[in-house]
Design a protein around this ligand. Structure first.
Ligand code: SF4
Length: 213
Protein backbone atom coordinates (compact mmCIF):
# COMPACT_ATOMS: atom_id res chain seq x y z
CA UNK A 1 0.00 0.00 0.00
CA UNK A 2 3.07 2.22 -0.31
CA UNK A 3 2.54 5.64 -1.90
CA UNK A 4 -1.19 5.24 -2.35
CA UNK A 5 -4.02 6.09 0.00
CA UNK A 6 -6.00 3.40 1.76
CA UNK A 7 -9.07 4.03 -0.36
CA UNK A 8 -7.05 3.79 -3.59
CA UNK A 9 -5.53 0.52 -2.38
CA UNK A 10 -8.99 -0.84 -1.62
CA UNK A 11 -10.46 0.19 -4.97
CA UNK A 12 -7.49 -1.02 -7.00
CA UNK A 13 -7.62 -4.37 -5.24
CA UNK A 14 -11.39 -4.67 -5.71
CA UNK A 15 -11.06 -3.87 -9.42
CA UNK A 16 -8.69 -6.82 -9.76
CA UNK A 17 -11.00 -9.06 -7.74
CA UNK A 18 -14.18 -8.02 -9.56
CA UNK A 19 -13.33 -6.69 -13.03
CA UNK A 20 -16.97 -7.15 -14.08
CA UNK A 21 -18.72 -5.51 -11.08
CA UNK A 22 -22.08 -4.22 -12.31
CA UNK A 23 -25.74 -3.84 -11.42
CA UNK A 24 -27.20 -7.34 -11.25
CA UNK A 25 -30.86 -6.32 -11.39
CA UNK A 26 -32.14 -7.10 -14.88
CA UNK A 27 -33.84 -4.08 -16.46
CA UNK A 28 -34.43 -2.47 -19.85
CA UNK A 29 -35.39 1.07 -18.85
CA UNK A 30 -35.61 3.46 -15.89
CA UNK A 31 -39.12 2.31 -15.00
CA UNK A 32 -38.05 -1.34 -14.76
CA UNK A 33 -34.94 -0.40 -12.82
CA UNK A 34 -36.71 1.65 -10.16
CA UNK A 35 -39.35 -1.06 -9.68
CA UNK A 36 -36.65 -3.74 -9.43
CA UNK A 37 -34.69 -1.73 -6.86
CA UNK A 38 -37.82 -1.17 -4.74
CA UNK A 39 -38.50 -4.92 -4.89
CA UNK A 40 -34.92 -5.73 -3.88
CA UNK A 41 -35.28 -4.39 -0.32
CA UNK A 42 -34.43 -7.15 2.14
CA UNK A 43 -34.14 -9.76 -0.57
CA UNK A 44 -31.58 -10.75 -3.18
CA UNK A 45 -31.20 -9.49 -6.74
CA UNK A 46 -31.40 -13.12 -7.86
CA UNK A 47 -34.86 -13.47 -6.24
CA UNK A 48 -36.02 -10.19 -7.83
CA UNK A 49 -34.78 -11.26 -11.26
CA UNK A 50 -36.97 -14.36 -11.00
CA UNK A 51 -40.21 -12.38 -10.63
CA UNK A 52 -39.61 -9.29 -12.77
CA UNK A 53 -39.84 -10.96 -16.24
CA UNK A 54 -43.45 -11.94 -15.51
CA UNK A 55 -44.21 -8.61 -13.79
CA UNK A 56 -42.85 -6.48 -16.64
CA UNK A 57 -44.46 -8.59 -19.32
CA UNK A 58 -47.86 -8.05 -17.64
CA UNK A 59 -47.20 -4.39 -16.80
CA UNK A 60 -44.70 -3.06 -19.35
CA UNK A 61 -45.34 0.63 -18.61
CA UNK A 62 -46.13 2.80 -15.57
CA UNK A 63 -49.68 3.21 -16.95
CA UNK A 64 -50.22 -0.57 -16.95
CA UNK A 65 -48.93 -0.91 -13.40
CA UNK A 66 -50.86 2.13 -12.14
CA UNK A 67 -54.09 0.51 -13.32
CA UNK A 68 -53.24 -2.98 -12.12
CA UNK A 69 -55.34 -4.99 -9.73
CA UNK A 70 -53.36 -5.13 -6.48
CA UNK A 71 -54.04 -8.83 -5.88
CA UNK A 72 -52.74 -9.66 -9.38
CA UNK A 73 -49.52 -7.78 -8.65
CA UNK A 74 -49.21 -9.59 -5.31
CA UNK A 75 -49.63 -12.90 -7.10
CA UNK A 76 -46.90 -11.94 -9.57
CA UNK A 77 -44.28 -11.12 -6.93
CA UNK A 78 -45.36 -13.36 -4.07
CA UNK A 79 -42.09 -15.31 -4.12
CA UNK A 80 -40.15 -12.37 -2.70
CA UNK A 81 -40.20 -11.07 0.87
CA UNK A 82 -42.62 -8.33 1.95
CA UNK A 83 -44.54 -8.81 -1.28
CA UNK A 84 -47.80 -7.28 -0.01
CA UNK A 85 -46.18 -4.03 1.04
CA UNK A 86 -44.00 -3.96 -2.07
CA UNK A 87 -47.02 -4.54 -4.33
CA UNK A 88 -48.78 -1.55 -2.80
CA UNK A 89 -45.65 0.57 -3.12
CA UNK A 90 -44.97 -0.21 -6.77
CA UNK A 91 -48.59 0.38 -7.82
CA UNK A 92 -48.75 3.74 -6.01
CA UNK A 93 -45.26 4.55 -7.31
CA UNK A 94 -46.52 4.01 -10.88
CA UNK A 95 -49.59 6.17 -10.13
CA UNK A 96 -47.38 8.97 -8.81
CA UNK A 97 -45.15 8.74 -11.89
CA UNK A 98 -48.26 9.38 -13.99
CA UNK A 99 -49.73 12.07 -11.73
CA UNK A 100 -46.57 14.08 -11.07
CA UNK A 101 -43.95 13.18 -13.68
CA UNK A 102 -45.83 12.49 -16.96
CA UNK A 103 -45.08 8.79 -16.59
CA UNK A 104 -41.30 9.36 -16.63
CA UNK A 105 -38.87 8.45 -13.86
CA UNK A 106 -37.50 11.77 -12.54
CA UNK A 107 -33.77 12.49 -12.59
CA UNK A 108 -33.16 14.25 -9.29
CA UNK A 109 -32.74 12.94 -5.76
CA UNK A 110 -35.34 15.44 -4.48
CA UNK A 111 -37.99 14.15 -6.87
CA UNK A 112 -37.09 10.47 -6.66
CA UNK A 113 -37.50 10.32 -2.88
CA UNK A 114 -41.09 11.59 -3.20
CA UNK A 115 -42.00 8.23 -4.78
CA UNK A 116 -43.48 5.50 -2.54
CA UNK A 117 -40.89 2.97 -1.37
CA UNK A 118 -38.01 5.08 -2.70
CA UNK A 119 -35.32 6.22 -0.26
CA UNK A 120 -31.84 7.61 -0.87
CA UNK A 121 -30.37 4.20 -1.66
CA UNK A 122 -32.90 3.42 -4.38
CA UNK A 123 -32.66 6.96 -5.75
CA UNK A 124 -28.87 6.74 -5.91
CA UNK A 125 -29.00 3.42 -7.77
CA UNK A 126 -31.35 4.91 -10.38
CA UNK A 127 -29.32 8.12 -10.72
CA UNK A 128 -26.09 6.20 -11.08
CA UNK A 129 -27.17 3.20 -13.11
CA UNK A 130 -29.67 4.69 -15.52
CA UNK A 131 -28.97 8.40 -15.64
CA UNK A 132 -25.19 8.03 -15.25
CA UNK A 133 -25.08 10.71 -12.56
CA UNK A 134 -22.21 9.92 -10.16
CA UNK A 135 -23.70 8.54 -6.94
CA UNK A 136 -22.90 6.08 -4.18
CA UNK A 137 -25.83 4.02 -3.01
CA UNK A 138 -25.23 2.66 0.47
CA UNK A 139 -27.02 -0.65 0.85
CA UNK A 140 -26.42 -3.24 3.53
CA UNK A 141 -23.27 -4.57 1.78
CA UNK A 142 -21.72 -1.16 1.19
CA UNK A 143 -22.41 -0.11 4.76
CA UNK A 144 -20.94 -3.29 6.26
CA UNK A 145 -17.77 -3.43 4.19
CA UNK A 146 -17.14 0.32 4.49
CA UNK A 147 -17.13 -0.09 8.25
CA UNK A 148 -15.00 -3.24 8.22
CA UNK A 149 -12.48 -1.58 5.91
CA UNK A 150 -12.31 1.51 8.11
CA UNK A 151 -13.82 3.88 5.55
CA UNK A 152 -16.50 4.73 8.12
CA UNK A 153 -17.06 4.20 11.82
CA UNK A 154 -19.21 1.41 13.18
CA UNK A 155 -21.55 3.96 14.75
CA UNK A 156 -22.10 5.91 11.50
CA UNK A 157 -25.59 5.92 10.02
CA UNK A 158 -26.06 5.23 6.29
CA UNK A 159 -26.12 8.89 5.32
CA UNK A 160 -22.85 9.50 7.14
CA UNK A 161 -21.33 6.48 5.40
CA UNK A 162 -22.49 7.85 2.04
CA UNK A 163 -20.99 11.27 2.76
CA UNK A 164 -17.69 9.79 3.95
CA UNK A 165 -17.38 7.63 0.83
CA UNK A 166 -18.16 10.62 -1.41
CA UNK A 167 -15.46 12.62 0.35
CA UNK A 168 -12.80 9.91 0.16
CA UNK A 169 -13.50 8.64 -3.38
CA UNK A 170 -12.98 10.61 -6.58
CA UNK A 171 -16.36 11.63 -8.02
CA UNK A 172 -15.65 9.92 -11.35
CA UNK A 173 -15.29 6.63 -9.48
CA UNK A 174 -18.39 6.87 -7.28
CA UNK A 175 -20.65 4.63 -9.36
CA UNK A 176 -18.01 1.96 -10.04
CA UNK A 177 -16.93 2.01 -6.38
CA UNK A 178 -20.52 1.36 -5.35
CA UNK A 179 -20.58 -1.79 -7.52
CA UNK A 180 -17.14 -2.91 -6.32
CA UNK A 181 -18.10 -2.57 -2.65
CA UNK A 182 -21.37 -4.41 -3.26
CA UNK A 183 -19.60 -7.29 -5.04
CA UNK A 184 -17.04 -7.48 -2.24
CA UNK A 185 -19.81 -7.64 0.36
CA UNK A 186 -21.93 -10.04 -1.64
CA UNK A 187 -19.27 -12.54 -2.70
CA UNK A 188 -16.31 -12.21 -0.30
CA UNK A 189 -16.84 -10.14 2.85
CA UNK A 190 -20.25 -11.61 3.61
CA UNK A 191 -22.16 -10.67 6.75
CA UNK A 192 -21.72 -14.18 8.12
CA UNK A 193 -18.60 -16.23 7.44
CA UNK A 194 -16.60 -13.71 5.43
CA UNK A 195 -13.56 -15.12 3.59
CA UNK A 196 -11.00 -13.57 5.97
CA UNK A 197 -8.35 -16.24 5.49
CA UNK A 198 -7.94 -15.23 1.84
CA UNK A 199 -8.53 -11.50 2.18
CA UNK A 200 -6.19 -8.81 0.85
CA UNK A 201 -7.45 -6.41 3.52
CA UNK A 202 -6.59 -8.38 6.66
CA UNK A 203 -4.03 -5.76 7.72
CA UNK A 204 -6.44 -2.85 7.52
CA UNK A 205 -9.66 -4.61 8.48
CA UNK A 206 -11.27 -3.19 11.61
CA UNK A 207 -13.02 -6.45 12.41
CA UNK A 208 -10.17 -8.67 11.31
CA UNK A 209 -10.49 -12.40 11.13
CA UNK A 210 -10.32 -12.91 14.91
CA UNK A 211 -13.95 -11.85 15.12
CA UNK A 212 -14.95 -14.64 12.77
CA UNK A 213 -12.71 -17.46 13.88
FE1 SF4 B 1 -14.07 -8.73 5.37
FE2 SF4 B 1 -12.67 -10.55 6.70
FE3 SF4 B 1 -11.53 -9.16 4.74
FE4 SF4 B 1 -12.16 -7.98 7.05
S1 SF4 B 1 -10.63 -9.61 6.75
S2 SF4 B 1 -12.51 -7.16 5.01
S3 SF4 B 1 -14.07 -9.03 7.57
S4 SF4 B 1 -13.22 -10.63 4.53
Amino acid sequence: MENISKVEFILQTLKKMFPDAHCELVHKNAYELIIAVVLSAQTTDVAVNKVTPDLFSKYPTPTDLANADLSDVEHCIKKIGLYRNKSKNIVTLAQKLLDDYQGEVPQTMEELVTLPGVGRKTANVVLSEWFKIPSIAVDTHVERVSKRLGLAYKKDDVLTVEKKLMKKIDKNSWSLSHHLLIFFGRYHCKAKNPSCSECAFLEICKENNKSFS
